[in-house]
Design a protein around this ligand. Structure first.
Ligand code: HEM
Length: 182
């Protein structure tokens, strides 16, 4: 079987992502909900300045206040559901591409953009979360597959950042007074 044209993941890496994801989300709705909360709380603690980007809830609050905040809980479920649907699309590259591009655009399109400065630390540190949550060794196939997948996501983030930079440049040139080019 050929590698995924969107992520570069091999057949076995995709299976590693699926099996480790199943372990992370558990089997009951309660475990799924808790997995979302734990993941986002971990992201807040490990991605520099991430908390500062939230406006609908007070992300600098303590854990106990956050888990009592409906808006925070809603966000954690958006994140875990988004990853869950991505995992379910791993064998459908065209759907996967649309989903990942839409996720990337909705972040890089924010003002100021939520881009590489956030997604790269996520990719670089996610192994710490996996080792703690799954009890797998740092050099396990599961950890390697997630790191590869998250860096593939970072590549899509960079493509979108470049595209937005080009649009911003073209817009600035269109709006520039004629004396600028003299
Ligand atoms: C794989 C990683 C991530 C996933 C799956 C994810 C998922 C989502 C989803 C589903 C939403 C809501 C709908 C949307 O706008 O698309 C969202 C919103 C948001 N995400 Fe992410 N996200 C991820 C990474 C990040 C990172 C690294 C940051 C860093 C700052 C971030 C910050 C935000 C913010 C500020 C919002 C808007 C929240 C709001 O309006 O209340 N996300 N994310």
């Amino acid at each position: 079987m050929s590698d995924c044209p969107v992520t570069g993941l091999t057949y076995l890496e995709k299976r590693d992502l699926e099996s480790s994801w199943r372990k992370l989300i558990g089997t009951t709705p309660r475990e799924f909900k808790n997995a979302g909360i734990n993941l986002v709380l971990w992201m807040f603690d490990n991605i520099p300045n991430m908390r500062g980007r939230f406006t609908k809830f007070q992300a600098n609050n303590t854990r106990s206040n956050l888990v009592a905040d409906e808006m925070f809980l809603a966000h954690t479920q958006s994140v875990i559901l988004a990853i869950d649907s991505i995992i379910k699309m791993l064998d459908n590259p065209s759907k996967l591409k649309v989903k990942l591009q839409s996720l990337v655009k909705s972040h890089v399109g924010q003002t100021p953009p939520i881009g590489s400065e956030y997604f790269e630390p996520f990719a670089a540190r996610f192994h710490v979360f996996l080792v703690a949550a799954l009890g797998v060794p740092e050099d396990s196939d599961e950890v390697a597959a997630w790191t590869k997948f998250l860096y593939a996501l970072c590549s899509l983030v960079k493509v979108e950042e470049d595209a937005q930079r080009k649009v911003a440049k073209a817009t600035a040139q269109q709006g520039a007074p004629c004396c600028w080019i003299l």
